[in-house]
Ligand binder design. Structure first.
Ligand SMILES: *[C@@H]1O[C@H](CO)[C@@H](O)[C@H](O)[C@H]1NC(C)=O
Ligand SMILES: *[C@@H]1O[C@H](CO)[C@@H](O)[C@H](O)[C@H]1NC(C)=O
Length: 133
């Protein structure tokens, strides 16, 4: 018991911080807003227009909904984004319902893993702000 308390005491501030951060529920943001899902958009910049209107903070969770037989989500470098290069993604998801936490501030680039779809506008850059909510 005494042993247990000695372990516990120094970590109290840490536990408190943990409780506070847990009580701030993570915000989940559906990619494309309500109507648009992760599929070839009506025009090339539809998704980025949505992203420009949306505020992203560190810790927010992006959610993609899509047909897993037709689409996938690749997180890529900015170079990979510019070239629609699907060959060496940072992360790859193809479960039809992808959640990804925005773990740091700065830009995140995503493209479709399906041949030709990124070129048709299925790509997205999200810029994450670091200020507290
Ligand atoms: C999107 O851009 C590509 C390449 O720039 C072009 O070939 C295509 O026609 C564009 N699509 C639309 C819907 O504007
Ligand atoms: C795509 O990425 C791969 C791996 O990073 C690279 O070897 C290849 O040259 C790239 N292709 C283009 C068209 O940039």
């Amino acid at each position: 018991m005494a042993f247990g308390l000695r372990i516990l005491a120094p970590s109290l501030p840490l536990m408190l911080a943990l409780c506070i951060s847990l009580s701030q529920a993570k915000i989940e943001i559906l990619v494309g807003g309500k109507q648009i899902v992760w599929e070839i958009p009506p025009s090339n910049n539809t998704l980025n227009l949505w992203a420009e209107r949306t505020r992203f903070k560190v810790g927010d969770v992006l959610v993609w909904k899509y047909d897993l037989n037709a689409e996938s989500v690749l997180q890529v470098t900015e170079k990979g984004y510019d070239r629609c290069n699907t060959s060496n993604p940072i992360k790859q998801h193809k479960d039809g319902f992808t959640k990804m936490e925005l773990e740091h501030s700065g830009p995140f680039s995503f493209i479709s893993g399906t041949q030709g779809h990124c070129e048709k506008g299925l790509k997205l850059i999200v810029v994450v702000h670091s200020e507290a909510r």
